[in-house]
Structures are given as C-alpha cells and as structure tokens.
Design a protein around this ligand. Structure first.
Ligand SMILES: CC(C)(COP(=O)(O)OP(=O)(O)OC[C@H]1O[C@@H](n2cnc3c(N)ncnc32)[C@H](O)[C@@H]1OP(=O)(O)O)[C@@H](O)C(=O)NCCC(=O)NCCS
Length: 184
C-alpha cells in the first residue's frame, strides 16, 4: 500500500477494491472532459469496469510494473495519478494523471505530482520519468512544463484516439534535474 499525505484534506493512496464505486462515479461525472484524452473512458460504463481496473492495478503494483493512486479529497476520489511502463533496467517510467472537471484549474494536480515525483525518485529507484501527451492537450503540456519536464520530441501520427490518429509529445525529467524547492 502506497500512501502519500498531501495536506490535511488530501491524500494519494493505492486503490482498494472498495473504492470501485467512488472511482466509477468520479469518471462518470467527468465523462466528456476525460474522453477527449483517454480511450478507456468510453468502455468504462459500469462500476465493475472500475473494479477490474483496481484489481489490475493492484496486481501491477505487486509485480512492480506500475502504480495507480487515487487522489482523495475529504475521503472522496477526485482524480488519479499513476506510473506505468516501468522499465527496471533503464530505471524509467511514464506517469499519467486526471482530475475531475469540478476540481480542474486549482493547482491540485501540480501539488500532487510534486509529491508523487519526489516519491518516485526517492523510493522506487527511478532515474527518469516521462509524460506523453497529445499535441492538442495544452493543459497537460502546462502541467509538464511547470514541473520542469523538457519536451524531447513529437512522435508523429503514432497514437489512435477516438478513431483518429494523433501526434504524441514526449517530455522527460531526469532525477538529476529534479529540484522541488525551485518549483513555484
Ligand atoms: C491535464 C489536467 C490534469 C490538468 O489539470 P489542472 O488542474 O489544469 O492542473 P494543475 O494542477 O497544474 O493546475 C493548473 C491550473 O490551476 C491554476 N492554479 C490555481 N492555483 C494554483 C496553484 N496553487 N498552483 C498551480 N496552479 C494553480 C493555474 O493557474 C492553472 O490554471 P490555467 O490552466 O488556467 O493556467 C486536467 O486538465 C485533466 O484532468 N484533463 C483530462 C485528463 C488529461 O488530459 N490527462 C493528462 C493526459 S496526458
């Protein structure tokens, strides 16, 4: 179980099976906002699908393949932060995140990611984290930039999303570049 206290009201923690209903409600209430960027949103039509996601995430955490943490605000799930494609040899992984529409634009993801990235560099042995986002996802681009990620390139027409082929921006952050005290 990974648990990262953000402040008095907010916590990041590994999902439990009992969180399936809360997780599904958070996704369901932000469907148009999330489906623009994630292909898994449309097939997530029932609580059971969120339960399957949690089961899969727990298995991946146990096998050190990835990590999925809920963002709990006053004990309610308002978003999610995760790490996947964990390459132990290269010590590199990708991170992903979303926040409910209602809580967007308040700096919550920024605050949570500072703590999460710190955890990844200090506790998991990672040397590099990447964020991959579609070129049109300006909000995600800003998240990465504010945290000091550098754009490393654009992989053109390499990702299928909602029946369209999209360009993907790869941005990366090295452990040697990470200095949370310099981030506003
Ligand atoms: C991408 C996403 C997580 C960004 O969420 P966000 O709330 O904009 O991100 P942040 O936590 O960095 O907040 C930044 C915003 O809060 C504002 N803000 C308010 N208080 C702040 C604070 N104390 N610190 C930082 N920003 C603050 C910033 O001005 C900024 O607003 P702006 O976008 O109008 O410039 C969100 O848009 C989302 O869930 N999108 C759908 C899923 C998605 O695209 N995920 C990423 C896939 S790669």
């Amino acid at each position: 179980m990974v648990s990262i206290l953000i402040d008095d009201d907010m916590l990041l923690r590994t999902y439990e099976l009992e969180d399936a209903q809360e997780l599904f409600s958070a996704i369901d209430s932000s469907r148009p906002h999330l489906r623009k960027w994630f292909s898994w949103v449309d097939p997530t039509t029932r609580q059971e699908h969120s339960l399957q996601f949690i089961q899969q995430s727990l298995q991946q955490q146990q096998q050190q393949e990835g990590l999925a943490l809920g963002i709990f605000y006053n004990r309610h799930i308002i978003g999610s932060i995760g790490m996947h494609n964990w390459d132990h040899h290269i010590k590199k992984a990708q991170i992903g995140y979303w926040i409910s529409k209602e809580y967007e634009g308040r700096g919550i993801i920024h605050k949570c990611l500072i703590r999460f990235i710190d955890f990844l560099f200090q506790k998991t042995g990672l040397n590099k984290v990447e964020i991959h986002f579609m070129t049109l996802n300006t909000k995600s681009a800003k998240v990465a930039e504010r945290l000091g990620f550098k754009v490393e390139g654009v992989i053109r027409q390499s990702h299928m999303h909602n029946s369209k082929i999209e360009d993907i921006v790869i941005s990366g952050l090295l452990k040697s570049e990470w200095n949370p005290s310099l981030i506003a």
